[in-house]
Design a protein around this ligand. Structure first.
Ligand code: SAM
Length: 256
């Protein structure tokens, strides 16, 4: 008998209709290589394997090894290690492109999203189950409390939408909150002239203290005199959460 481990964020799915719907949200075809993070007992892995060319599924918990290998899925490679330690450049070497489909462990949802966005060169899309509150941050509009670094970095790399809300009762064991399936389509051409690492530092600095003005926050990366030379008082006195992604791109170009 398998004992669920809370520390690994193990909340498994089993409803076939829901699993099929997630795979359909991801628009997987027979040419696709799919990366799954957190295979669990393999319920989602199995549904993906029915439509994809190949699935590479990471699972940190070696207690799941026998269960997963006994599924005998021919086009699936299980890797039993911590996804956060994977070198994505090595992972991508033999692959032209790939899609992510996953019911993510909630305790590292945002680190996994940032790792994929920032390190991968070949990721096409992510279709991921996340806590509803994270989904709301992903698709937030400027001005609100949910709008922040996560929203902006996802908009920098592509476009996101909520596919469906999933009630907590669909998981075993049942978590304390509802979830949502979100699809993020990557568009590498969108802001290709902008250095992604530098832009990420600039956004993180802009939001370092939410209630402070852009002038105060950006003074951690540029001298105030330079900021005042390059940007108007009208921009500098606003808070980061009031700027859209395109406005941030404009400000970045004025500064760097
Ligand atoms: N895909 C399964 C499903 O939908 O039923 C399981 C999803 S469960 C929410 C998340 C899974 O991620 C768990 O099986 C957990 O052990 C695994 N996991 C947690 N941290 C991980 C990590 N750092 N690397 C790889 N897998 C991890």
């Amino acid at each position: 008998m398998f004992n669920f481990k809370k520390k690994f964020g193990q909340n498994f799915l089993s409803d076939k209709n829901l699993l099929k719907a997630i795979v359909s949200d991801a628009e997987i075809t027979a040419n696709d290589v799919v990366l799954e993070i957190g295979a669990g007992a393999g319920a989602l892995t199995k549904e993906i394997s029915l439509v994809a060319k190949k699935v590479i599924a990471y699972e940190i918990d070696t207690d799941l090894k026998d269960i997963l290998e006994s599924l005998d899925l021919k086009n699936v490679e299980f890797v039993f290690s911590d996804f956060m330690n994977v070198n994505l450049k090595d992972f991508e070497k033999e692959i032209d492109s790939f899609k992510v489909v996953a019911n993510l462990p909630y305790y590292i949802t945002t680190p996994i999203i940032f790792k994929l966005l920032e390190e991968s060169e070949k990721l096409e899309s992510l279709t991921i189950m996340v806590q509803k509150e994270v989904a709301e941050r992903i698709v937030a509009k400027e001005g609100g409390k949910d709008y922040g670094i996560l929203t902006l970095m996802i908009n920098f790399f592509g476009e996101a939408k909520i596919d469906r809300i999933v009630k907590r009762q669909m998981f075993n064991p049942m978590p304390n909150v509802d979830s949502a399936v979100v699809t993020i389509k990557i568009d590498r051409k969108k802001y290709k002239e902008i250095d992604k690492e530098k832009f990420s530092k600039f956004i993180r600095a802009s939001f370092s203290m939410r209630r402070k003005t852009l002038l105060n926050n950006l003074s951690s990366i540029l001298p105030k005199t330079e900021l005042k030379e390059k940007l108007t008082e009208n921009i500098l006195s606003r808070r980061a959460e009031t700027f859209s992604i395109d406005e941030f791109i404009g400000i970045y170009k004025m500064l760097f």
